[in-house]
Design a protein around this ligand. Structure first.
Ligand code: ATP
Ligand code: MG
Ligand code: MG
Ligand code: MG
Length: 576
C-alpha cells in the first residue's frame, strides 16, 4: 500500500468525550469516526485491524471445525417470541417495525436464528455435531455506550453456536471452542486470562470469559497465582451465596399486582426456572430502642450476578440507600442500576414486597438476611411482624485480595479485565423453547444440546490498545497491526536515489508477503514519524540520502527508543 493511495487522517487532540486511552488514540489515529452515541464509522486504517482480527478468528474457527454462514442483522420478532426474549430482554434489544407494522429486531446475538436453522436442517444425529458461526454486525442499545468501540451500540461480533446430540458431546464442543479461543487470543499477542463466569439460568460450570488484562477494564477478575483458579469476581462473590441458598419451604405467593412481584413473577418475566432466580439478596440490620422500636435500619441490596437477560446488572451494594428509617423503593433500586422498572427489587424474596407510599416495606417471612458488617449475622430481623427463623444466613463480605482461593491452593489476587470473548454451554434452553429436535439412533426426537461462543471483534481493538500504548501512540501487536512495516523515505520528492531505494524495498517486501506501507506523501520527517508512532505500526524503516550513501537504512521497532543502522542486506532478515 502506498500512503498517497490510502487514507490517513490523524488528529493532534482527542475529542473531549474520549475518556480512556484506547478511545482517544483510535480517534487521533483516524481509525474510527463517531456517527452517533456508540455508533462509529470504521475508517480505512481501523478497518485493516478489524480485518486482521477477523482473519485470525476465521482461521482458528475453521481449524476447530466450525462452519461459517451469515445470518441477517434484521430478524423477525416471531423467533424471538418463541424464546420469550422479544418481551423479556429489556431495552438493550432494538425493536423495529416494517412498513406493514410487523415487528423485527436488530440482532444483539443469534441464538434464535441458528436454532431455527438447526431445527430445519439438522434432522439426524448423523449430522451432529455441528457448529455454525458468523462474523456480523450486532446492535445492543447499551445504557451507557462508552469508551469508543469498547462498548458500542453497533459493533461486530463473531458468534458461534454448537449443536450436539447429548451433553457429553456438547462438552467436547465446548472444550474445542475453549481451546480455539486460547489459540485466537495467543495469536493476537494479548495478555489475557480465561476466567470462570456465571452460568445464570443454565447452571453448571461451563461458562468462561476471556478477559484482556487492563486497568481500565470494566470487569474485575480474581485468580490464584499459585493455581489455575480464575473467575469473574461476580461469580466468585455469588458462589458462596448460591451454595448456601436453601430450598423453598413455603408455598409461593403469586402477586399479580405491580409493585408486588414475587420470585415466581420474576422467574416468569425472565423465562427462567424458579430455582435459578435468586439474583439479589436484601440484607438488613436494625437497631432498636428500649421500647423495641426500630431506630436505625440499613437495607443493602446485594446483586449477586448479571445475566444475559440482566446484562446491565453488576454485583454491588446500594450506597446511600437505607440508614435511618428510610428504605429504598423499588423504583430507586431500579433507577440506581439503570434497569427496566420491575426488573429488580423483589428478586430474592419469596414473599411480596409491599409498597407503602414511596417506601418499600419488606414482609420478612422467609426472608433471606445477613448483615452489613463483616462476620456479623443478624437473624430474625423483625420489622413489625413475628417472623420465622430465616432459612439462610449469608456472609456478605466481598471477595478481596488475600482471601483464600476456593480451590485451597493459595490466596486470591484481583485484577481488572476487558471481556473480549465468552464461551457458554447452553444446554437445551433454546432448543427446548423452540422445539428444535433431531432424530437419535432409536428414531426418537431429541432436543439439541447447544453452546454459544462470542468474540467482540471490534472490542478487541480497544482492548489491544489499552494494553499496548505509550505517550506517542498505539503499539499494535504485529499480528493485528494495520501495517506490519512502514517505509519512511526522507526527501523522496527531491532525491532519485531515495525514491528508487524506497520503491525497490517496497516491492521486495511486498514480494516477501510483508504487509508494508510506503509513505510517499512527502511529509516532513517529524510529522511523518509522529503519524506512524501514533498509528502504531510495529516496524519502521527510514531511508535517506545520507544513509544510502553509506549503504545503510535505519530500522526502528515501535517499542525501541532508538533506531538501529543496518545494511540493506541485514534489513530483510530483520523484517522477516
Ligand atoms: P458485557 O459484559 O461487556 O456487556 P456481554 O457479556 O453482554 O458483554 P456477550 O453477550 O457475552 O457480551 O457477547 C460476546 C462478546 O461480545 C463479549 O465478550 C464482548 O467481547 C462483545 N460485546 C458485548 N457487548 C459489546 C458492546 N456493547 N460493544 C462491543 N463489544 C461487545
Ligand atoms: Mg452486555
Ligand atoms: Mg459480560
Ligand atoms: Mg458475556
Amino acid at each position: 500500500m502506498k500512503a498517497s493511495q490510502f487514507f490517513i487522517s490523524t488528529l493532534k487532540e482527542a475529542p473531549a468525550d474520549a475518556e480512556v486511552v484506547s478511545h482517544k488514540l483510535m480517534m487521533r489515529a483516524g481509525m474510527i469516526k463517531r456517527l452517533g452515541a456508540g455508533i462509529y464509522n470504521y475508517m480505512p486504517m481501523g478497518l485493516r485491524v478489524i480485518r486482521k482480527v477477523e482473519a485470525i478468528i476465521r482461521e482458528e474457527m475453521n481449524r476447530a471445525g466450525a462452519v461459517e454462514l451469515l445470518m441477517p442483522v434484521i430478524q423477525p420478532a416471531e423467533l424471538w417470541q418463541e424464546t420469550g426474549r422479544f418481551e423479556g430482554m429489556g431495552p438493550e434489544l432494538m425493536r423495529v417495525k416494517d412498513r406493514h407494522g410487523r415487528d423485527f429486531i436488530v440482532q444483539p446475538t443469534s441464538e434464535e436464528v441458528t436454532t431455527d436453522i438447526a431445527r430445519q436442517e439438522l434432522r439426524s444425529y448423523k449430522q451432529l455435531p455441528k457448529n455454525f458461526y458468523h462474523i456480523q454486525t450486532k446492535f445492543r442499545d447499551e445504557r451507557r455506550p462508552r469508551f469508543g468501540v469498547m462498548r458500542g451500540r453497533e459493533f461486530t461480533m463473531k458468534d458461534a453456536y454448537s449443536f450436539d446430540r447429548d451433553a457429553e458431546s456438547a462438552g467436547r464442543s465446548y472444550e474445542g471452542m475453549y481451546a480455539a479461543y486460547k489459540r485466537i487470543f495467543d495469536r493476537f499477542g494479548l495478555q489475557y486470562r480465561a476466567v470462570a463466569a456465571d452460568t445464570g439460568a443454565i447452571g453448571g460450570d461451563r461458562s468462561h470469559e476471556f478477559q484482556v488484562i487492563a486497568d481500565t477494564g470494566e470487569d474485575a477478575i480474581v485468580y490464584c497465582p499459585t493455581s489455575d483458579y480464575a473467575a469473574n469476581i461476580e461469580l466468585a462473590e455469588a458462589l458462596p451465596l448460591l451454595a448456601q441458598r436453601a430450598a423453598p419451604t413455603q408455598p409461593l405467593v403469586k402477586a399479580p399486582t405491580p409493585g408486588k412481584a414475587t420470585c415466581a413473577d420474576v422467574a416468569a418475566l425472565l423465562g427462567l426456572p424458579l430455582a435459578q432466580t435468586v439474583k439479589s439478596l436484601v440484607l438488613a440490620t436494625d437497631e432498636k430502642n428500649e421500647h423495641g422500636e426500630v431506630v436505625k435500619s440499613q437495607v443493602w441490596l446485594l446483586l449477586v450476578r448479571g445475566d444475559h437477560e440482566l446484562n446491565e446488572v453488576k454485583a454491588g451494594k446500594v450506597p446511600g440507600l437505607g440508614g435511618g428509617f428510610r428504605f429504598a423503593t423499588l423504583a430507586e433500586i431500579d433507577a440506581h442500576f439503570g434497569c427496566k422498572p420491575g426488573y429488580l427489587g423483589p428478586v430474592g424474596l419469596r414473599q411480596p414486597l409491599k409498597v407503602v407510599a414511596d417506601r418499600t416495606v419488606a414482609h420478612m417471612a422467609d426472608f433471606v438476611c445477613g448483615a452489613n458488617e463483616v462476620d456479623a449475622h443478624y437473624t430474625g430481623v423483625n420489622w413489625g411482624r413475628d417472623l420465622p427463623e430465616p432459612d439462610l444466613v449469608v456472609d456478605i463480605r466481598n471477595v478481596v485480595a488475600g482471601d483464600p482461593s476456593p480451590d485451597g491452593q493459595g490466596v486470591l489476587a484481583i485484577q481488572r479485565g476487558i471481556e473480549v470473548g465468552h464461551v457458554f454451554y447452553l444446554g437445551t434452553k433454546y432448543s427446548a423453547a423452540m422445539n428444535a429436535t433431531f432424530l437419535d439412533e432409536t428414531g426418537k426426537p431429541k432436543h439439541f444440546e447447544m453452546g454459544c461462543y462470542g468474540i467482540g471483534v471490534t472490542r478487541i481493538l480497544g482492548a489491544a490498545i489499552e494494553q499496548g500504548h505509550d505517550e506517542r501512540g498505539i503499539i499494535w501487536p504485529a499480528a493485528i497491526a494495520p501495517f506490519e512495516v512502514v517505509i519512511c523515505p526522507i526527501g523522496m520528492d527531491r532525491s532519485e536515489a531515495v525514491k528508487d531505494a524506497a520503491e525497490q524495498l517496497y516491492a521486495q517486501l511486498k514480494e516477501l508477503g510483508v504487509d508494508v506501507l510506503l509513505d510517499d506523501r512527502g511529509e516532513r520527517p517529524g510529522a511523518m514519524f509522529a503519524d506512524w508512532e501514533l498509528i502504531g505500526v510495529p516496524e519502521r524503516v527510514v531511508l535517506s540520502d545520507r544513509g544510502l550513501k553509506e549503504g545503510q537504512v535505519e530500522w526502528q521497532g515501535r517499542r525501541e527508543a532508538q533506531a538501529t543502522k543496518l545494511a540493506l542486506s541485514e534489513l530483510l532478515p530483520q523484517l522477516k
